[in-house]
Design a protein around this ligand. Structure first.
Ligand SMILES: *[C@@H]1O[C@H](CO)[C@@H](O)[C@H](O)[C@H]1NC(C)=O
Ligand SMILES: *[C@@H]1O[C@H](CO)[C@@H](O)[C@H](O)[C@H]1NC(C)=O
Ligand SMILES: *[C@@H]1O[C@H](CO)[C@@H](O)[C@H](O)[C@H]1NC(C)=O
Ligand SMILES: *[C@@H]1O[C@H](CO)[C@@H](O)[C@H](O)[C@H]1NC(C)=O
Ligand SMILES: *[C@@H]1O[C@H](CO)[C@@H](O)[C@H](O)[C@H]1NC(C)=O
Ligand SMILES: *[C@@H]1O[C@H](CO)[C@@H](O)[C@H](O)[C@H]1NC(C)=O
Ligand SMILES: *[C@@H]1O[C@H](CO)[C@@H](O)[C@H](O)[C@H]1NC(C)=O
Ligand SMILES: *[C@@H]1O[C@H](CO)[C@@H](O)[C@H](O)[C@H]1NC(C)=O
Ligand SMILES: *[C@@H]1O[C@H](CO)[C@@H](O)[C@H](O)[C@H]1NC(C)=O
Ligand SMILES: [Zn+2]
Length: 503
């Protein structure tokens, strides 16, 4: 791993000759990574030299006098430098739904906001501007890499609009063109569109890599579509294949076991299984043997009712993700925090049920931090991401260590996982370029983009206001019955009831 990274460092250095470099100087703490021990470490009072898109050198102290002449020095006194976060499951186009699904369930989501029904509301413009605004939202929150399960692929035009926004965003995105059984756009048309896109894929954009998403493994394992998809993935050697794996009563069992049976799992293409709450012991074993990952999206799974049946038992092959960020928080430290506390809860609960007392805490902030950074990179087989080490990509975050919420920290990892918020994040760099600086996105004309997005969002939200909610009775598509979960009662004498949604 180390030799691989230092070779990358040399290549990066050579390519960058003559380019301006940036020194993030004199930080209070830099959260670095040692690939040999596979562990975080902290460099106190240090500096990071960025050359082109890579981390060139780590120094102790301010290091102003030890860097090339053309270096821009950014004073980071009092600050914490962290690697950028990696979100391994996101649907970037859904930004316009913000707050209108605050109470949605998964069954309702499928019938109202999902890829098979939302197409009637979305023009290519809506996809473009929703995806762009959504990626800026992620960058603002310190997510520098996304695995986008891009299921806005409803026509040539909506597919290309989403990709255009992705290319323009400046984020690092593994962009998963989704192949699905949707109205008015057949699988063979989708394949033709994908081939078109690949033929004209810009060679000057190193941040976006083409990937694929496909959810019909289980519904159609031996059919032509699945064969075509596997062949296409191999033909283009895509940077990832991702699939929703629900399992349990949800069905949609796009499992590691199934992909292994089909001969696709044990290969050089990274496979990322989102959710995987009902994964089996055999799935976990296969993930380990083939070094593939699940993407746990803790807030999503708790919100929607995926639950976490066996997620706690397979954290070694797990990265974290956001999923449908319109329904809840959009930042990865919040996902890490929710997962950390729910994993602790689960672990405690096993002994508390037997009236036993835990003397020590079963999970650390350090582990949660790695899940939002390094583990995401490993899921994508990108050892050059999610870490601060010489030779790694310069995807870097600078936190204000003197913010009211962080003041007093000594452990920078715990400060970020447990105390930071998005407003404490001052600078975000992707591939050595500032995407957020002094607390503001560096996007030229961002105001006009906001206006354009709001125009689209207001139109979509108005259409949803006029759309009745689906009636959910009898059985879910999988054949399992709908049974209402006990509703919360927050007022003991006279319940306020469910209350109003202000949409
Ligand atoms: C570096 O940071 C320390 C505090 O961490 C500060 O005392 C010192 O003045 C800073 N040095 C420079 C050159 O900014
Ligand atoms: C969410 O609230 C709306 C408005 O009260 C209601 O019609 C809808 O059924 C709710 N959705 C769920 C899944 O409970
Ligand atoms: C595609 O979806 C339609 C409508 O839901 C369904 O009738 C059809 O069987 C599906 N086709 C495949 C190949 O899954
Ligand atoms: C599919 O095409 C038909 C015919 O053009 C059109 O009436 C219908 O609205 C389209 N459906 C969707 C979801 O775009
Ligand atoms: C979509 O693109 C494909 C591939 O270029 C092309 O064959 C097809 O005609 C296009 N469809 C439409 C509706 O323009
Ligand atoms: C790549 O080239 C296109 C077309 O010349 C240009 O519009 C775009 O800005 C370039 N992108 C990058 C990242 O340099
Ligand atoms: C596919 O790409 C990966 C990553 O670049 C590479 O390691 C692998 O050898 C390639 N596989 C094939 C079959 O070309
Ligand atoms: C995966 O492939 C490797 C190399 O071909 C082989 O040694 C290994 O046994 C395979 N693992 C599984 C689970 O099939
Ligand atoms: C309970 O609340 C309802 C609705 O606000 C109200 O009509 C009713 O009088 C209340 N009942 C009691 C016992 O306070
Ligand atoms: Zn999803």
């Amino acid at each position: 791993m180390r030799s691989q990274l230092s070779t990358l460092a040399l290549l990066g250095h050579a390519a960058a000759t003559g380019a301006t470099s940036v020194l993030l100087s004199n930080a209070s703490a830099i959260i670095t990574f040692d690939a040999e021990t596979e562990a975080l470490s902290v460099l106190r009072h240090g500096s990071v030299l960025v050359n082109a898109d890579r981390i060139d050198k780590l120094y102790e102290g301010a290091a102003h006098n030890r860097v090339p002449d053309n270096t821009e020095v950014v004073d980071c006194t009092g600050k914490i430098i962290s690697p950028g976060f990696i979100d391994t499951h996101r649907h970037g186009w859904q930004t316009a739904f913000k707050t209108i699904g605050s109470n949605t369930s998964l069954a309702e989501y499928f019938g109202r906001y999902g890829e098979y029904v939302a197409n009637v509301y979305y023009s290519p413009e809506d996809v473009y501007i929703g995806q762009l605004a959504g990626l800026y939202e992620a960058l603002n929150a310190g997510t520098t890499t996304n695995l986008d399960h891009a299921h806005h692929t409803w026509s040539n035009e909506t597919s290309e609009a989403g990709l255009k926004a992705t290319l323009e965003s400046g984020a690092r995105v593994v962009w998963g063109y989704t192949f699905h059984n949707v109205t008015n756009f057949t699988m063979s048309e989708q394949i033709a569109n994908f081939r078109d896109i690949m033929a004209s894929f810009p060679s000057n954009n190193s941040l976006i890599t083409p990937a694929m998403a496909y959810d019909h493994w289980a519904s159609n394992p031996y059919g032509k579509d699945t064969q075509d998809i596997m062949a296409l993935a191999r033909e283009y050697n895509v940077s990832a294949m991702t699939t929703h794996y629900l399992g349990g009563p949800w069905d949609n069992a796009n499992s590691p076991e199934l992909l292994h049976t089909l001969g696709f799992l044990n290969d050089s293409i990274p496979c990322v299984f989102s959710h995987a709450s009902f994964a089996t012991a055999q799935d976990a074993k296969l993930l380990r043997e083939t070094n593939q990952y699940i993407s746990n999206t803790p807030e999503s799974e708790m919100h929607y009712g995926h639950t976490h049946e066996h997620s706690y038992d397979m954290m070694d092959q797990m990265a974290l993700g956001e999923d449908t960020f319109f329904t809840y928080s959009t930042d990865m430290p919040t996902q890490a925090r929710i997962w950390l506390q729910s994993a602790r809860y689960q672990s405690y609960n096993q002994i508390m049920q037997q009236w036993e007392i835990p003397p020590y805490n079963p999970m650390s902030a350090n582990q949660a931090f790695l899940m939002a950074t390094r583990k995401g990179a490993l899921a994508l087989r990108r050892p050059d991401l999610g870490i601060i080490a010489e030779g790694a990509k310069a995807d870097l975050l600078v936190y204000d260590g003197r913010s009211p919420g962080m003041l007093g920290w000594v452990d920078p990892v715990a400060a970020i996982v447990l105390h930071a918020n998005v407003g404490d994040l001052e600078h975000v760099l992707v591939g050595g370029e500032f995407k957020k600086r002094n607390g503001k996105l560096t996007v030229p004309g961002y105001g006009a983009i906001q206006d354009r997005f709001l125009e689209s969002a207001l139109r979509i939200q108005a259409a949803f206001r006029d759309t009745p909610y689906p009636v959910l009775e009898g059985n879910f598509d999988s054949g399992f019955p709908f049974v209402q979960a006990r509703e919360a009662d927050i007022n003991p004498d006279n319940g306020t009831g469910y209350g109003e949604l202000f949409v």
